[in-house]
Each structure stands twice: as structure tokens, then as C-alpha cells.
Design a protein around this ligand. Structure first.
Ligand SMILES: [Zn+2]
Length: 236
């Protein structure tokens, strides 16, 4: 009995010490999390700005998209961008899976049966994925698929690596994203059997050029409706 109590005490003290020396922090505001909180704090989850506009409308041809939805947009403190930063450059994919679930819970599938749709994560180049350890869009898709019952279809690959798009203007982006994605040559021709539509999933939409490029690649192997969802609409 005494031995068990002592062990318990050592374990609890160790945990308390760990919490003081290396506290778990919120992926959005970087504040210290309570024991009950996972990945982000409750005040952040409550105050993130939900995206009120339809991100489809920034495309030259919005009619190309059957659906367009972004969960968040930046509020005054840009907590939402900081969240995406933690998602991309964090060390674990778990935050992505949890965010995918959180997004899916606030999404209303209008006029479609999600179980007959596939979610298609935007791929990273192989080397980048190895460096990062995971693909943030795939992590989001895992959580998203859990809640919506969509299939995850890894249809696309990114054949070449390239510099980050964040420093480029819209026209440069469009040029540099041409042919950025292609259908996976190893794709089984039965991948789309029984599907009604596909939703591309990316972490952020800004100008839309990445999504447009992915859509072109997907449209070469899928003739049905294509929509998109993103965690953040980062348009300024
Ligand atoms: Zn927070």
C-alpha cells in the first residue's frame, strides 16, 4: 500500500514538474493548456473567426466548383494564421486530425450525401513530406473523414518540389502552379467506383491558384462534381 502510494506520488510529482518545465501550449495563442485541453485552448476555439464568405467567388470560373467552403478567416489577432502555422510546422500530425474533426462538425453538407463523396488531400512533394514527417492536408482529411464518413482518396501527387508560393504575386503563382499536381500514375482505375463527387482539401486558400492546379489534375481522372474545403481563408 505504502509502496503504491509512493509510486503514485512520484508519478504525479513528475507530471507536475513536466508541466512546469515544459508546459503544453495552445496551437493558436501559445498560452499554457489545462490538463483537460488538447492542442488548443477553449477561449481560442470559441473566438476563432468563422469565415462568412464563399471562397469559391474568388475564382475566375466559380462554376467550376460544385462547393467551396473555408472554416476560418483571420480575426484581429491573427490567431487563425498562427493555428495554421502550428499545424504545418508542429512536430505531430495529431493537431491536424483534431482540427479536421472540428471543421467537419461545423460543416453543413448541402444537398449531398457525404458518404458517397471522397475527400482528396492536396499532396506535398515526397521530400518535403519526409522532412516534415506528415502532410498537414492528409492529417486534416483523416479527422474530416472520421466525422463525415467520406472516403479519403489519395488521387494526386506533386511531382516536383518548388519554392514556397507565399512570396509570389497572383500572376507568378498561377504560372508557377501550372502542372504542379498530376494524378498518381499508380492509381487504381476503380478508385472512383460508387462516388458522387470529390472535395479537395487544403489547409489554406489565398489566391486559389494551388486549388485550381489541383482541380485541373483531378478533372483529368474524375468527370463528376469537384468542390473544395480549407481550414483558413487567408485572403487579405
Ligand atoms: Zn489559445
Amino acid at each position: 500500500m505504502a509502496r503504491r502510494l509512493a509510486l503514485h506520488w512520484v508519478r504525479e510529482t513528475g507530471r507536475a514538474l513536466e508541466a512546469v518545465l515544459n508546459p503544453r501550449r495552445c496551437a493558436s495563442c501559445h498560452g499554457v493548456l489545462t490538463r483537460e485541453e488538447n492542442e488548443w485552448c477553449s477561449p481560442c476555439a470559441f473566438s476563432w473567426t468563422r469565415c462568412p464568405t464563399n471562397p469559391r467567388l474568388r475564382f475566375d470560373k466559380p462554376e467550376h466548383w460544385s462547393h467551396g467552403w473555408a472554416w476560418l478567416r483571420n480575426g484581429p489577432d491573427r490567431l487563425e494564421s498562427r493555428l495554421v502555422h502550428s499545424l504545418k510546422y508542429g512536430v505531430r500530425s495529431e493537431v491536424g486530425v483534431r482540427l479536421g474533426r472540428a471543421m467537419a462538425k461545423e460543416w453543413t453538407p448541402s444537398g449531398i450525401q457525404p458518404a458517397h463523396w471522397a475527400v482528396v488531400p492536396i499532396p506535398l512533394h515526397r521530400r518535403k513530406q519526409r522532412q516534415r514527417g506528415f502532410n498537414q492536408s492528409e492529417a486534416l482529411a483523416r479527422g474530416w473523414a472520421e466525422i463525415t464518413r467520406m472516403t479519403i482518396a489519395d488521387v494526386l501527387i506533386r511531382p516536383r518540389s518548388g519554392r514556397s508560393l507565399t512570396q509570389l504575386d497572383r500572376h507568378q503563382r498561377i504560372r508557377s502552379t501550372k502542372g504542379l499536381y498530376i494524378p498518381d500514375p499508380a492509381l487504381d482505375s476503380t478508385w472512383s467506383n460508387g462516388l458522387d463527387g470529390c472535395l479537395l482539401l487544403d489547409d489554406v486558400v489565398t489566391t486559389g491558384s494551388t486549388l485550381a492546379s489541383a482541380r485541373n489534375a483531378l478533372a483529368s481522372v474524375w468527370k463528376g462534381p469537384i468542390g473544395f474545403i480549407t481550414l483558413l481563408d487567408a485572403i487579405r
